[in-house]
Design a protein around this ligand. Structure first.
Ligand SMILES: Nc1ncnc2c1ncn2[C@@H]1O[C@H](COP(=O)(O)OP(=O)(O)OP(=O)(O)O)[C@@H](O)[C@H]1O
Ligand SMILES: [Mg+2]
Length: 251
């Protein structure tokens, strides 16, 4: 459902995403992991069609997003890491607006928008302006907006940031039910526990390349590291080669 071929993004001489090949089939919840600056957001923005690759291709459901962007994007819901919401819309108006971008309106959208807001305990805030929403409430509204038009594929950049424990649980159940119905979700996250328990497969990105990819068993094998995702992640990303803390704090 998502196919990346030699996907590459350069900024000047710096290569942020370095020839990524990846296939994510329908019905899969795929985790896209990696340290800060590994190229996750850059990749997800290229997949969502809002950033042009330097080279390589993105296909959504067999449609090349560069050749037929409207057809490819109509299959997609994208939740960016730093979402933009019109402050002067109410929550329900924002959901109507997003559905409208995908050519959807009417009783069906209305019903779905209300159900999504109720799911995230936002019913009392439905008619309030977004400017009065807290950080977590905005995040829940943005997540709802990715589901409101029933896309086949949802691409989401760090969905858990700012959510309370109950909302994280709801999000997890919503994601799992969505893929159970045959849809596809690709998400980046730094929450390794969530990734390990939630995702069907995981890619660990290091410096713009996929260092390991697959089920937890695949990752253990590829990294020659037993244990949980944290051990594997730290081995592949070499982050325990940290400075001597005593020296740092004494400096
Ligand atoms: N517009 C830009 N111009 C130049 N360099 C950029 C630009 N956008 C991103 N980069 C660089 O590309 C690299 C990858 O950035 P990206 O935002 O994709 O990382 P990330 O994996 O999402 O990190 P994080 O976990 O911090 O969100 C970084 O080194 C970043 O500095
Ligand atoms: Mg990012």
């Amino acid at each position: 459902m998502i196919r990346l071929s030699k996907l590459t993004k350069r900024y000047g001489t710096f290569t942020a995403v370095n020839g990524i090949d990846l296939d994510v089939p329908s019905g899969e919840l795929f985790g896209f992991l990696g340290p800060n600056g590994a190229g996750k957001t850059t990749s997800l923005r290229m997949i969502a069609g809002i950033l042009q690759p330097t080279s390589g291709t993105v296909e959504i459901g067999g449609i090349d997003i560069a050749r037929d962007p409207i057809a490819a994007k109509s299959k997609l819901g994208f939740i960016p890491d730093r979402p933009f919401i019109y402050e002067k819309l109410t929550g329900i108006e924002f959901l109507r607006f997003v559905a409208g971008l995908y050519g959807q309106a009417g009783a069906d959208v209305e019903h779905r928008a209300r159900e999504l807001m109720a799911l995230f305990d936002l019913d009392e805030w439905r008619e309030e302006l977004v400017e009065s929403y807290s950080h977590g409430m905005r995040q829940k509204l943005i997540v709802s907006s990715a589901f409101v038009h029933r896309p086949e594929v949802i691409v989401v950049d760090e969905p858990h940031v700012g959510l309370d424990p109950k909302s994280i649980r709801i999000l997890r159940d919503l994601f799992r039910e969505y893929v159970r119905r045959g849809h596809t979700i690709m998400m980046s996250t730094h929450t390794l526990e969530t990734a390990e328990s939630l995702c069907d497969r995981i890619a660990i990105n290091v410096s713009g390349k996929i260092a390991a990819c697959g089920t937890m068993d695949d990752l253990r094998q590829q990294s020659a590291q037993g244990g949980g995702l944290e051990e594997i992640f730290l081995k592949l990303t070499g982050e325990l080669a940290a400075r001597n803390l005593v020296e740092v704090l004494d400096a």
